[in-house]
Design a protein around this ligand. Structure first.
Ligand code: SAH
Length: 466
């Protein structure tokens, strides 16, 4: 029988796909470290190797399969390696067909559920690492028994973290596989979320992003439960008292963006003016076939409503091109919508038929690949142009940047609108909120400099003198 001893218990996790997967991988890493495992520098040094998969499009699924094939080779050479498969490839269903397809995989984990790996490792004699476990427990006590202990290399280093608040999804968009793989919508309790935010703050995190497939449906499955606006107020109060500087949330569905929610965003200073609200298409017939539940006119009205309530808000969206039966004229409706709305960022995907979905079962994938690619490129060029113009508005202005990490010889951070900013400074700025003067803007990022002390506004100078 394989044994995991203290000398060899290292893990490596590949994360594919969305922020929810990033958060899930972090939770898995946290659980592994509580068992005494440590992060490996490279896969070669790891004893436990996990692929956290995405299946939202076929291309994403193929990446996971490729990684698994590479791990199969490794497992043949070194059978003692423990291989885990997590995420949407596994889903919440019976993993039997997957077990047959990938017999070399030791552990299958549904999205957001690291428990099968924990059980497997415990059964393999992980008790060897009691000393480390005791250390983890001490740390946990110090954090008042809270849920999430960041992996050692991230503790005190991670500036921005993700906190899932709604698992699963119950809105059956006709193209989307996620409800089949992540199960029905389940909101986490306020207590659990607040405890997690607090523990992240105590481990040095400065920004939290609350996650859900339809994050603005938070609480709808809890009788008399709080909604996202209520939750934001609570997280704001507890989080800022613990040192959280910024709060974001994603992804919103247009139909659940109430004025109450927008007012909470506008009023709460640490909740950033940044909304992710996918439209998917700009043609009403396509939207109907997608089962999105709104018209393009309603989406336009929503954007107006958001902009009227939240000053200098950045609004990002997702688009699918080449949905079944989408004509050139229907695609041009999407193009025109984006031209008119001038959103900040557009995530563009080519339609990919996914198993079990309504569109895959009932609508032929009849837009040729070359045509999908042409439409994608047209939107890409439009996006680069509009984003460049929108970002240019920041040129010469001073913005607050939360510094996330060093990149090359610069610091990398984000503005309240979630725009990337790079600037140079001798001092260690990680985790700090700094005022940066924007000196260059492009479609995907901006560059800036710290204003010299003499040029600081009076209030800041006064503070510096005191
Ligand atoms: N829950 C989010 C979407 C999560 S998936 C929402 O309600 O919008 C992220 C993005 O992937 C989607 O917004 C969509 O643009 C894209 N996507 C999902 N299924 C897809 C498919 N079958 N083909 C192409 N893109 C898809």
């Amino acid at each position: 029988m394989k044994r995991v001893s203290t000398q060899q218990n290292r893990y490596f996790i590949w994360t594919l796909g969305c922020q929810m997967n990033l958060a899930d991988s972090q939770r898995l890493a946290s659980e592994l470290e509580k068992l005494g495992l440590q992060a490996a520098e490279s896969p070669r040094d790891a004893d436990v190797l996990v692929v956290n998969t995405c299946v939202v499009r076929q291309g994403a699924e193929e990446k996971g399969v490729q990684r698994l094939h590479a791990l199969h080779k490794l497992k043949r050479q070194q059978p003692e390696k423990i291989i885990g498969l997590m995420g949407c490839m596994v889903g919440v269903r019976d993993p039997l067909p997957l077990r047959k397809r990938f017999p070399f995989v030791d552990v299958f984990m549904a999205p957001s559920d690291p428990q099968p790996m924990v059980t497997f490792l415990k059964e393999r004699g992980i008790e060897d690492s009691r000393a480390i476990e005791a250390e983890a427990r001490a740390l946990q006590d110090a954090l008042q028994d809270e849920l999430l202990i960041l992996p050692a290399h991230e503790r005190g280093n991670l500036v921005a973290a993700h906190v899932p608040i709604v698992y699963g999804c119950s809105h059956a968009c006709s193209f989307c596989i996620i409800p089949f793989r992540r199960g029905v919508e389940r909101s986490r309790s306020v207590g659990e979320i607040v405890a997690e935010v607090r523990s992240l703050a105590r481990q040095g995190v400065k920004e939290v992003t609350l996650l859900g497939q339809i994050v603005d449906r938070y609480g709808k499955d809890i009788p008399d439960g709080p909604d996202l606006a209520d939750l934001l107020r609570i997280v704001h109060e507890v989080g800022t008292a613990e040192g959280i500087l910024r709060i974001r949330f994603l992804t919103s569905h247009p139909n659940w963006m109430t004025d109450k929610l927008l007012d909470a965003v506008a009023e709460l200073p640490a909740v950033m003016p940044h909304i992710e609200v996918p439209v998917q298409a700009g043609d009403d017939e396509i939207l109907r076939r997608m089962k999105r539940g709104y018209t393009q006119a309603q989406y336009r009205a929503l954007i107006e409503r958001i902009r009227a309530r939240i000053p200098e808000v950045a609004i990002n969206t997702d688009i699918i091109v080449g949905f079944p039966s989408e004509t050139e004229a229907q695609f041009m409706q999407t193009y025109q919508l984006l031209e008119d709305l001038r959103l900040d960022k557009v995530h563009i995907a080519k339609y990919s038929p996914r198993p079990q979905t309504l569109s895959e079962r009932t609508m032929p994938d009849d837009v040729p690949e070359a045509e999908k690619e042409r439409r994608r490129q047209l939107l890409d060029e439009q996006h680069a142009r509009i984003s460049a113009e929108r970002n240019a508005q920041w040129l010469g202005r001073r913005v607050e940047v939360l510094v996330e990490a060093a990149q090359g010889d610069k610091w990398r951070g984000r503005t309240p609108q979630n725009k990337l900013v790079f600037f140079a400074d001798e001092q260690d700025r990680r985790g700090q909120l700094v005022e940066v003067e924007i000196t260059w803007t492009g479609p995907w990022s901006m560059q800036g400099r710290l204003p010299s002390a003499a040029a600081q506004p009076d209030s800041l100078q006064a503070e510096a003198i005191q």
